[in-house]
Design a protein around this ligand. Structure first.
Ligand code: UD1
Length: 428
């Protein structure tokens, strides 16, 4: 497996283009199953998870072409997806095991084909992450669901019917699955306590472009009136707020100054507020956001919450930043259990962190030192890369398979801003 070597201590300066959001692109790709006509997506990031989702859709009979002709205004990669006829209804264990977001085909497959089988995701590096809320939401739309040999087997031979779905807790992909299924259900569906993440909003806008009727987009209450059919549409994937937030922290941790091209402040308000408290300035420019550290970095308390709160997907990166701040910081994770796998690795780089249940007390140290490290999830991995950028000496980041799942050309983008970073290819 490849690794990344970082020699820390360089101040990052420059411009970084922000890619399309992985977590928006995945449900958008799955939504092609809802229509027999072509869905054209622009600004699709080139990531391992996108390839996994494409492989899954290919197995279900979707014809996919990459780099199709870019319609006006499109940026990034363009993908054309056509699910003219479906050749299967199963998301097999091998693919779901690799990528939990494969569950996103459950709602659209069931709505379109009247039947879907998706493997249960199984254990996950960031806690147990059940899918019970996806299942109960689809049951509310009339699906019969059984568990067969580790597979969720959902059936609605006469089609789905609208209903009221009340989520007891906010679930991003659960809301997306329910929303996609409801677009083809008979009658009206209400989703209460819906996730409001920009990726959910992006999916809703694309579904509307495909002919769906959705009211309350961006709120926690969605009303969807089902249609007999959806049709062809073109849509650009929203910029990745988590990638932008990660690079904002890279600028902060290296005392640098970076312009994040394409990043949107409206999607990063909670992050910008916390960073401002810590002494990092984020301002809008004509092309995106400018991030610069004002003076010294101060410890601040952070609690993860569903959007518009501070995202759990930036918790590890924020912790890396707090490791070198003045004073102490309390970081509380409320979304996922067991999402502190980066802590022992940061400690190996000299960080002073104590974990009590779901909170981590970080006492800032003047300097981290490079070390060989590895992580078992995407955001934990990138937090170690941030720590490496600030550390004295060399950091080797192993198991970077996780980074490639969610960050497009990470080392290239950072190197272009002055980081001493390189990918070491594993010897054949
Ligand atoms: C999505 C994101 C992920 C992000 C997370 C929270 C994608 C592809 N992934 O994951 O990057 O970290 O939102 O912002 O968009 N839960 C249940 N039962 C369920 C579903 C969820 O108990 O059926 C719990 C989870 O264990 C967790 C909480 O609900 O504690 C929120 O999880 P959820 O929003 O569903 O996360 P994902 O959609 O999987």
């Amino acid at each position: 497996m490849d690794s990344i070597r970082i020699k820390g201590g360089k101040t990052l300066k420059g411009r970084i283009p922000i890619s399309g959001a992985k977590n928006a692109a995945l449900p958008l790709l799955a939504s092609c199953l809802l229509t027999e006509e072509t869905l054209t997506l622009g600004n699709v990031p080139h990531l391992a998870d996108i390839i996994t989702m494409s492989n899954l859709l290919g197995q279900l009979g979707v014809e996919i072409s990459l780099n199709g002709t870019a319609p006006g205004g499109y940026t990034g990669r363009v993908m054309e997806l056509k699910a003219a006829t479906l050749s299967g209804i199963t998301a097999p264990y091998d693919l779901v095991r690799k990528m939990r977001a494969s569950i996103l085909v459950l709602g659209p497959l069931l709505a379109r084909a009247g039947e879907a089988k998706v493997s249960l995701p199984g254990g996950c590096a960031i806690g147990s992450r059940p899918v019970d809320l996806h299942v109960t939401a689809l049951q509310k739309l009339g699906a019969e669901i059984t568990l067969d040999n580790g597979y969720i087997h959902a059936r609605a031979p006469k089609g789905l019917t609208g209903g009221e779905i009340i989520f007891p807790m906010v679930t991003v992909t659960g809301t997306e699955n329910a929303m996609m299924a409801a677009t083809l259900a008979k009658g009206e569906t209400t989703i209460v306590n819906a996730a409001r993440e920009p990726e959910v909003v992006d999916l809703a806008h694309c579904l509307v472009a495909m002919g769906a009727q959705i009211e309350g987009i961006g709120s926690d209450r969605l009303r969807i009136t089902g249609k007999d059919k959806l049709h062809a549409a073109r849509h650009n994937v929203v910029p990745d707020r988590i990638e932008a937030g990660t690079f904002a922290m890279a600028a902060a941790i290296t005392n640098g100054e970076m312009e994040l091209i394409g990043a949107k402040l409206e999607h990063l308000n909670s992050v910008a507020t916390i960073l401002a408290e810590a002494g990092v300035d984020i301002t809008e420019t004509s092309e995106g956001l400018m991030v610069r550290r004002l003076n010294s970095l101060n410890g601040v308390d952070v609690m993860t919450e569903p959007y518009p709160g501070f995202p759990t997907d930036l918790q590890a990166q924020m912790m890396a930043l707090m490791c070198v701040a003045n004073g102490a910081s309390m970081i509380t994770e409320t979304i996922f259990e067991n999402r502190f796998m980066h802590v022992p690795e940061l400690k190996r780089m000299g960080a002073n962190i104590t974990v009590h249940n779901s909170s981590a007390l970080v006492r800032g140290v003047p300097l981290l030192t490079g070390a060989p490290v590895m992580a078992t999830d995407l955001r934990a991995s990138v937090s170690l890369a941030l720590a490496g950028l600030a550390a004295r000496g060399e950091t080797t980041l192993n198991r970077i398979y996780h980074l490639d799942r969610g960050y497009e050309r990470l080392e290239e983008k950072l190197a272009a801003c002055g980081a001493d970073i390189e990918r070491i290819k594993e010897a054949a």
